[in-house]
Design a binder for this molecule. Structure first.
Ligand code: HEM
Ligand code: HEM
Length: 178
């Protein structure tokens, strides 16, 4: 059995961000159902932006923690190619977790709307009302979100496989070291 576990902060951030991220992805796609140029759309888009900004900060904190504390090494029974694949997929997950909120935020700085933080505090756009830059960042935001979801689905499938095998990998992120 493997005894190396993620520390408490890494575990808390993993599960907190997982829940919020899945909810925020669903929220984003649900925005598509709200008619454009209506007050309801403005309200919910600003709510999405506000939660997204907070989530982005949480993700930055997680990445900073990870860079400082590292991750426990996988046990030797995990084949070398699987260790490489796990590391690459985790790297990609972090990258997409960054790209999605950052491009959303960048896009909002090149539209006249800016961000109305929780529909109360106006954060004025830092750039000009530039349709091309807005489209570039907005399209990247919309394209990277489904990529992130696909990667999460594969990640969960791998985690469940380990859980079914009871090889101790799942508990690395679930419980403290015994
Ligand atoms: C939005 C959802 C999720 C994201 C973005 C995510 C992301 C990540 C990342 C980046 C790591 C690597 C941690 C590191 O080395 O710093 C990780 C580890 C892990 N995740 Fe997730 N995760 C998500 C949901 C889940 C779910 C739902 C499960 C289980 C059903 C799960 C199971 C695991 C396990 C078992 C590990 C530890 C892998 C190891 O021991 O190396 N994750 N996750
Ligand atoms: C991790 C955080 C975030 C996630 C997971 C996320 C996810 C999504 C998703 C799935 C969509 C729907 C895309 C589509 O219709 O094809 C969306 C739309 C949108 N997001 Fe985000 N988002 C996040 C953060 C942000 C932030 C920080 C902002 C801006 C400050 C933002 C602004 C927007 C806007 C304006 C739309 C509507 C785009 C349109 O319909 O043209 N998002 N988001």
């Amino acid at each position: 059995m493997n005894d190396a576990h993620y520390n408490r902060m890494a575990r808390v951030l993993h599960w907190l961000i997982a829940l919020l991220l899945l909810a925020q992805l669903a929220f984003g796609w649900w925005l598509g159902d709200i008619a454009r140029d209506t007050p309801a759309r403005g309200y919910y888009v600003n709510l999405h932006k506000s939660v997204g900004l907070l989530l982005g900060l949480l993700i930055l904190a997680r990445i900073a923690w990870r860079l400082r504390h590292g991750a426990p090494a996988l046990p030797d029974f995990v084949p070398h190619w699987q260790q490489k694949l796990a590391a690459a997929s985790h790297y990609l997950l972090y990258l997409l977790m960054l790209i999605v909120p950052v491009t959303g935020y960048l896009a909002s700085n090149f539209s006249k709307h800016g961000v109305k933080f929780f529909n109360v505090l106006v954060l004025p756009p830092l750039g000009s009302d530039d349709k091309q830059l807005y489209a570039l960042f907005n399209q990247t935001h919309k394209a990277s979100a489904p990529l992130l979801l696909i990667l999460v689905v594969l990640h969960v499938a791998a985690a469940l496989m380990h859980g079914l095998r009871r090889d101790g990998i799942f508990s690395r992120i679930w419980q403290r070291s015994s």
